[in-house]
Design a protein around this ligand. Structure first.
Ligand SMILES: Cc1cc2nc3c(=O)[nH]c(=O)nc-3n(C[C@H](O)[C@H](O)[C@H](O)COP(=O)(O)O)c2cc1C
Length: 387
């Protein structure tokens, strides 16, 4: 019999968790966004639970009007820069992957390539990048960008070229360019300056930092429109799907097919289904009582939108097994209604149950995020100019 498929697990969060009103729960911390020490304790708990990675979402602006209510209020409207926060977390952890979010519509490839290469070096090869094109007018306004761009299909053309340029910049030096020999210094023949002249970016030069430990930090993509799927198939290592099991299976099959059509090994694209808010408890009665506490924090209108998956460790493990075996996911991006209690409940109840069933690792097997996810380290690409 073939080995059971094991789940990859990534915690998806903002400082307050992923539930619309979880921050109002009496046990949630009062100032979660700026309490870095408390946040680091949560990440250490995720690392004790052997999570592959922590994934921090980002919106670069305060939400206007009705969006503020839906976009998790203080979660979005008060948050530290995720890449800086992850660099503090890198110093306090050893294994867990650190996935930040950055926009291809509102930043420049060079500065982002340098930031992510730095995060990969200072974390010993644990960096990842959630590639987003951004969504809100307030975000566009902050950068002086026409907000029409964020709704236009062109945003994905820009994203594809942006990611290409970033990858080429990471490849500015051969892996063995820096010989660290006091007599020789680095070998100039191993510096490959980029001369990129594309439709959206002109970048000539080199990154000024050794190739990242992972070659390329892990690329994640969550957009599931036609253009989003194409970008995933071409550039991403991790894809996120949301929605029910049937939808997730269709999306996984589709992006795998597209990856193969782009000449890639579909198994080198890990597809994670999003479990937006998970509550694990010792008994169903306890899980339902906790669920009622969170539901009571929501207005009746919010209740129709917002779901929590609540149950015992066996209930959660049953769902995870079904999705893995049904071809709906290779793993899960797990959210928590707030962080402290629900994260510890997951790592102490659900993780051992998954391990008992042979569905999750019992120790970190690699040193980099790529190794833990079972992803290959990319070879240096041949630099090319996009006409
Ligand atoms: C689980 C999940 C997390 C996301 N996180 C972010 C984020 O942090 N910042 C952001 O601007 N967009 C985020 N998005 C939005 C996606 O990047 C994408 O824009 C959106 O799903 C619309 O997809 P489309 O552009 O292909 O239509 C997220 C989407 C999902 C499903």
């Amino acid at each position: 019999m073939s080995a059971k498929k094991q789940a990859r697990l990534v915690a998806i969060t903002h400082a307050t968790g992923s539930h619309l009103r979880g921050w109002r729960h009496p046990k949630a911390p009062a100032r979660p966004a700026t309490d870095v020490k408390a946040f680091i304790e949560v990440v250490r708990e995720l690392e004790r639970g052997l999570f592959d990675a922590l994934f921090l979402s980002e919106t670069t602006g305060v939400m206007p009007g009705p969006d503020a209510a839906y976009q998790h209020e203080s979660m979005v409207n008060e948050s530290l820069d995720p890449t800086l926060l992850l660099s503090a977390i890198a110093a306090a952890t050893k294994h867990i992957g650190l996935i930040t979010t950055a926009s291809t519509s509102l930043t420049q490839p060079y500065s982002l390539a340098r930031l992510l290469a730095s995060l990969d070096h200072l974390s010993g090869g644990r960096a990842g990048w959630n590639v987003v094109t951004s969504r809100f007018e307030t975000e566009a306004g902050n950068f002086g960008v026409d907000s029409q761009l964020l709704r236009s299909p062109v945003r994905y053309d820009i994203a594809a070229e942006f990611v290409d340029v970033v990858k080429s910049l990471w490849d500015s030096f051969d892996d063995d360019a820096f010989v660290h020999d006091r007599e020789k210094g680095f070998d100039p023949a191993r510096l490959r300056p980029l001369d990129h002249r594309g439709a959206h970016f002109h970048v000539s030069g080199s990154l000024g930092i050794a190739r990242p430990p992972q070659g390329h930090p892990v690329i994640l993509q969550a957009g599931m429109s036609e253009a989003g799927r194409e970008l995933t198939a071409r550039e991403a290592d991790l894809a996120l799907t949301s929605g029910g099991g049937w939808h997730a299976r269709e999306a996984r099959e589709d992006v795998r097919r597209r990856a193969a059509a782009n000449g890639r090994d579909p198994d080198a694209l890990v597809v994670l289904a999003v479990l937006p808010s998970v509550l694990v408890a010792n008994t169903r009665v306890e899980a339902e009582a906790q669920l009622r506490e969170f539901t009571a924090l929501l207005s009746p209108a919010d209740r129709q939108r917002h779901g929590i998956l609540a149950g015992t460790a066996a209930d959660i493990a049953d769902i995870i097994e079904d999705w893995l075996d049904g071809g709906a996911a290779d793993g899960f991006a797990v959210g928590f209604p707030y962080l402290q209690g629900p994260v510890a409940a997951f790592t102490r109840l659900a993780i051992p149950e998954l391990q008992r069933r042979g569905r999750f690792r019992t120790a970190y097997t690699g040193t980099t995020l790529r190794e833990n996810l079972g992803l290959p380290r990319p070879r240096r690409s041949a630099h090319h100019a996009i006409e």
